[in-house]
Design a protein around this ligand. Structure first.
Ligand SMILES: N[C@@H](CCC(=O)N[C@@H](CS)C(=O)NCC(=O)O)C(=O)O
Length: 235
């Protein structure tokens, strides 16, 4: 039976990291808020009690319901064989996936450095400072780390020749940062050939190719995590 994925319908957001792995693996899922509407998502979340998701994305399989994008991905990887075969490598993949979670949160905070529920205009000065630090210090530091990780095995992916949930997340990270910070990415991405080769190899996966060409792939927009504010971008 297909999984139910619940995530805000108008954006890629954190749900996209889950969508990409499901699409790459050819695992059937229903993107419930896209078919049933945003109210259905709010109602579904409100109807849950006890230990329940704090926020979307969350995945439902019968009685099972888990949230946290990185957690969902590692659970899916175990079930559908896009993790590693040994514990040590699996723990390394989880470590990398959680580090993607960290940079994604920092990318979000460049446009909302003070509070998520304040308008951009009300925190623009802080955003300009946060984005400068993110571009100059944080992007190279994370990218160097991912580049080193990708040098551990021969091949375009973190595990070498076999893709994993980490690679689909690297793909989305590069795409998102290209959208949000095109000037900065053009200036630095040549310094990280393994990360870009990984992004390119993911783009060639059969499931990803057809997903990107489909209407299921929502375009980047100014409501998502990766937003393009020209004031926040520079080489
Ligand atoms: N750490 C969680 C973050 C989940 C999250 O922040 N979801 C956002 C949308 S991307 C949300 O709906 N947040 C509502 C809130 O924090 O109140 C994850 O990686 O899944």
């Amino acid at each position: 039976m297909a999984y139910d994925l619940w995530y805000w319908p108008g954006i890629q957001g954190r749900g996209e990291f889950v969508r990409l792995a499901l699409e790459a693996a050819g695992v059937p899922y229903r993107d419930r808020a896209r078919t049933d509407g945003v109210d259905a998502l709010v109602d579904d979340l409100d109807a849950r009690s006890g230990i329940r998701p704090y926020a979307p994305p969350y995945l439902v399989d019968g009685d099972m319901c888990i949230a946290q994008a990185a957690h969902i991905l590692t659970w899916l990887a175990d079930r559908h064989g896009f993790g590693a075969d040994d514990e040590r490598s699996n723990l390394q993949l989880i470590m990398l996936q959680l580090t993607v979670t960290d940079i994604v949160a920092e990318a979000h905070d460049t446009h909302h450095p003070i509070a998520g529920d304040l308008y951009f205009e009300d925190q623009k000065d802080a955003a300009v400072r946060a984005a400068e630090n993110f571009r100059e210090q944080r992007m190279p530091k994370y990218f160097r780390y991912f580049e080193d990780a990708l040098s551990a095995n021969d091949g375009p992916f973190a595990l070498g020749e076999r893709w994993s949930h980490v690679d689909t997340s690297f793909f989305q990270l590069v795409e998102g940062l290209r959208y949000a910070f095109p000037i900065r990415m053009t200036a630095i991405e040549g310094d990280y050939p393994r990360l870009i080769a990984c992004r390119d190899a993911v783009a060639e996966l059969k499931g990803i190719k057809s997903y990107l060409a489909s209407e299921r792939r929502i375009a980047f927009n100014e409501d998502g995590i990766f937003r393009h504010n020209p004031e926040l971008d520079a080489a």
